[in-house]
Design a protein around this ligand. Structure first.
Ligand code: ATP
Length: 353
């Protein structure tokens, strides 16, 4: 377990945060700008002089104002904009901390980490020649190669454009599991939480307000994750190879969801995020329509979300959840009700992995 509680006062801002989380997988720190996410991450790293306590398993890292110094914590930290050594090659940037690891300390496999982040073909380039997304991948690789006990990522994608974000996400997905390092990931982007996190710590006005598994956080229509882009669902499965016609099969629970232009870097599993507004419902399979994906579902519940709109909470074969947003008028016309079997229609181009 990782147990933490911190208090810190600044003019106009007070951090009062506490949580206890399993020391595995990815924990997202999510909340609006200025709520204290970065400050909490810096407290974990030991970069802020906060009152409080921090335990990593049985080891006490901080108690009151006594704490293990930053450089002895063995925590990796990646900032919003990667600060690489511009005059060094990617290889030498990656190897910088790795070569300096003390004797006797477990040394991560260099080539393995390079492979996880797809950096093989960049190794001999100078760091100055990299794109923003490549730089962040190198920064994450460099942090992992120092054999951290905890990896702290502070909005690592926030400086990237949408395209670069989409490209890097699949590389980060599953990284905590592969590397066996617990990750704390600061973001205010719901898409990143939904793609990457196992659990979420919600923050508001300097306080940690709620801790939930990703499933719990996405199971309530009033989730803070849904405020900006509306409700969404995550489906866990596997990406298979792209077909010659440009479609990529994403397979889950013996069913296939078709994607276009999917990205498949190395990883085993994959997640697909589906916005509820991209899902329609039909009472029977529809012929003569361009929508590629038509999946049988069972309606579990209907929630009234906004004036005139209904969020249909559906169960896919195999038990995974899919949310569909339909107008109240359509719900009424179709006679939607709990327990009903129907078909979820999702355009392949609406799906990104
Ligand atoms: N070095 C600093 N000195 C004084 N106040 C600061 C400092 N850094 C941050 N703050 C203030 O502390 C509060 C919390 O900031 P913090 O950066 O932790 O929020 P955040 O949730 O990470 O925001 P964002 O998502 O915009 O990065 C804000 O009110 C901010 O203005």
């Amino acid at each position: 377990m990782i147990k933490a509680q911190f208090q810190l006062a600044r003019p106009g801002f007070r951090l009062d945060a506490a949580f206890a989380q399993p020391a595995t997988g990815v924990t997202a720190l999510f909340g609006p700008s200025g709520c204290g996410k970065t400050t909490l991450l810096r407290c974990l790293a030991g970069l802020e002089k906060a009152e409080g306590e921090l335990w990593l398993g049985e080891q006490c890292i901080q108690q009151g104002r006594r704490s293990v110094p930053v450089h002895q914590r063995r925590f990796g930290y990646v900032f919003q904009e990667a600060s690489l050594f511009a005059h060094l090659s990617v290889r030498n940037n990656l190897a910088y901390g790795w070569r300096r690891l003390p004797k006797g300390q477990p040394r991560p496999d260099f080539d393995e980490v390079v492979g996880w982040l797809g950096l093989e073909h960049l190794l001999d380039q100078s760091a100055a020649s990299l794109s923003g997304g490549q730089r962040q991948r190198v920064a994450i690789g460099r942090a992992l190669l120092t054999a951290p006990r905890l990896l702290l990522l502070d909005e690592p994608l926030s400086a990237l454009d949408t395209q670069a974000k989409r490209e890097i996400l699949p590389w980060i997905e599953g990284l905590a599991e592969r590397a066996g390092v617990p990750v704390f990931y600061v973001t205010h982007a719901p898409e990143e939480v939904e793609r990457l996190a196992d659990r979420v710590i919600f923050m508001q006005d300097g306080r940690t307000t709620r801790m939930e598994s990703l499933q719990q956080a996405m199971a309530r229509p009033d989730s803070p994750l849904f405020v900006e882009q509306g409700a969404a669902s995550m489906i866990d499965g596997h990406l298979n190879d792209e077909l010659a016609d440009g479609r990529t099969p994403f397979v889950f629970n013996d069913q296939t969801l078709w994607l276009v232009h999917a990205r498949k870097p190395g990883g085993k599993g994959a997640r697909v995020r589906v916005l509820a507004s991209d899902v329609s419902l039909a009472l029977a399979p529809v012929a003569g329509i361009s929508v590629l994906n038509q999946l049988p579902v069972t309606l579990r519940a209907l929630h009234s979300v906004q004036e005139g709109r209904v969020l249909a909470d559906c169960e896919l074969n195999g038990g995974q959840r899919l949310l569909a947003e339909v107008s109240a008028w359509s719900a009424n016309q179709l006679g939607l009700h709990q327990g009903m079997r129907c078909y979820a229609l999702i355009k392949a181009v609406a799906l990104v992995n």
